[in-house]
Design a protein around this ligand. Structure first.
Ligand SMILES: *[C@@H]1O[C@H](CO)[C@@H](O)[C@H](O)[C@H]1NC(C)=O
Ligand SMILES: *[C@@H]1O[C@H](CO)[C@@H](O)[C@H](O)[C@H]1NC(C)=O
Ligand SMILES: *[C@@H]1O[C@H](CO)[C@@H](O)[C@H](O)[C@H]1NC(C)=O
Ligand SMILES: *[C@@H]1O[C@H](CO)[C@@H](O)[C@H](O)[C@H]1NC(C)=O
Length: 400
């Protein structure tokens, strides 16, 4: 159930409940009204729990094995402390049109009571548990944003200052800059070697090797594998020099795209998860900005602001189709008129491209600057996989 939705309309459910009771007392209606009523009772339980916690502070550490007949009561006290409505100390605020703030978390957070309880169990003012894996799973399942916590995150014992720019852009950072608990590899040497030595799949398996494939990606002097591989310079040449200045790379691996753009004085923010590797630390160590955000969340940029959005491999047929439709509209939203969306190696299977994805992309309103379709053969031709690389432009005029 959608807690935010309930919170914003605290009376409607109760009204509905009483209305339904009034209308009829036959069994079917009673059943419906009970069903409708449950989210409201969740809300009121939450408020009861909040009141109880306010009177009774210390968080309970006990592990519950997962029976949750009354989920709201099970919510951890620090979660309730964070998400409860907070009175504004200076009273009514015209900008907020309210005298309260409801601190936000992803509405699905409360669906995962066990994980949420573990995540929110810590000593207030103390050290957080070393629980990156848990928090990432929670976030990827939809508890995004995660609730804030009042504890210090695990951090390396012997951290050293990063390499200075511009050396940092192409230098492997020291192992001591990372907390390795969450990953199979325990040092960068292992991550660099893993495409050769390690069996099985990992996202961006060969990305940490800055002298390998990473070195030539999008570079004009690099070996151009196929016409699906646009170079950065050919993309920038589409626009007047200097007019592409700021942008976003969605699911940008180790941020080599942002690094190459930085070398052209273009500022790119790179979203990445830490899927079996310290991607965010690595990106930051290189000296470009990592944004720890999944593909599910609304992009944290205002409408009509960015010059370019790039995404390679990540936006593909593993994403639920309707979510992808919302996502591409969100990209359109944050791009300024005349801004570029470089959809780099989108992949899907056979007819999906014609039947589903091309119409989906076309429905958003971009102009096509480049549109290249090719076979994806890395897992064998029998899978009939396809790639699409497209350069799309938000119309300069009348883009609304
Ligand atoms: C944590 O610090 C705050 C601010 O000083 C204080 O009010 C609170 O009692 C502390 N809580 C604990 C559990 O130490
Ligand atoms: C890196 O980790 C591997 C195991 O994953 C280990 O064998 C190796 O000795 C480590 N290398 C360094 C330099 O710490
Ligand atoms: C990675 O490979 C290099 C050279 O092939 C080797 O010297 C190094 O020990 C390997 N590191 C790990 C952690 O396996
Ligand atoms: C980037 O900016 C610096 C400082 O303004 C300038 O010296 C340099 O030539 C620029 N580089 C490129 C590739 O435009």
């Amino acid at each position: 159930m959608d807690i935010d939705h309930q919170a914003s309309r605290p009376f409607s459910c109760n009204n509905l409940f009483f209305l339904l009771l009034l209308l009829s007392s036959n069994l079917l209606t009673l059943f419906i009204s009970t069903t409708f009523y449950s989210p409201c009772s969740l809300k009121s339980q939450l408020q009861t729990a909040t009141a109880a916690v306010a009177a009774d502070p210390p968080p309970s550490e006990e592990e519950d094995s997962g029976t949750n007949n009354a989920p709201a009561v099970d919510l951890p006290s620090e979660f309730i402390a964070f998400t409860s409505p907070q009175e504004l100390p200076l009273g009514f605020n015209k900008n907020f049109d309210s005298d309260q703030i409801f601190p936000p978390v992803g509405s699905p957070c409360t669906l995962f009571t066990d994980e949420l309880r573990r995540f929110m169990s810590y000593k207030v003012n103390g050290s957080c548990p070393d629980d990156e894996l848990l928090s990432q799973k929670l976030l990827l399942r939809g508890c995004e944003p995660l609730p804030r916590r009042r504890c210090r995150p695990a951090s390396p014992k012997e951290y050293v200052e990063p390499y200075p720019l511009p050396d940092s852009l192409w230098t492997t950072p020291p192992d001591s800059s990372v907390v390795w608990t969450a990953y199979t590899c325990k040092n960068y040497s292992c991550l660099i070697n893993r495409s050769r030595n390690q069996k099985g799949f990992d996202d961006c398996k060969d990305c940490f090797d800055l002298n390998g494939r990473e070195k030539n990606r999008w570079a004009s002097d690099g070996a151009k594998g196929s016409n699906l591989d646009f170079t950065i310079d050919e993309v920038l040449a589409v626009k007047k020099p200097g007019t592409i200045r700021i942008g976003l790379d969605i699911g940008g691996g180790v941020a080599t795209f942002a690094v190459r753009m930085r070398e052209r004085n273009i500022t790119i923010v790179t979203t990445s998860m830490n899927l079996n590797g310290p991607f965010n630390n690595f990106i930051a160590s290189r000296g470009v900005v990592p944004l720890y955000m999944s593909i599910s969340q609304r992009l944290p940029f205002f409408d009509n602001t960015l010059d370019i959005v790039h995404s390679m491999h990540v936006l593909s047929n593993w994403i639920p189709t309707e979510l992808l439709h919302f996502l591409i509209f969100d990209i359109y939203r944050v791009l300024r008129p005349g801004g570029l969306f470089w959809l780099d190696h989108f992949f899907c299977v056979g007819e999906q491209l014609e039947k589903v994805y091309a119409p989906l992309i076309e429905s958003v309103g971009f102009e096509k600057v480049k549109w290249v379709v090719g076979r994806k053969l890395d897992r064998g031709p029998e899978l009939n996989e396809m790639y699409l690389s497209a350069l799309l432009q938000k119309p300069l005029k009348n883009s609304w």
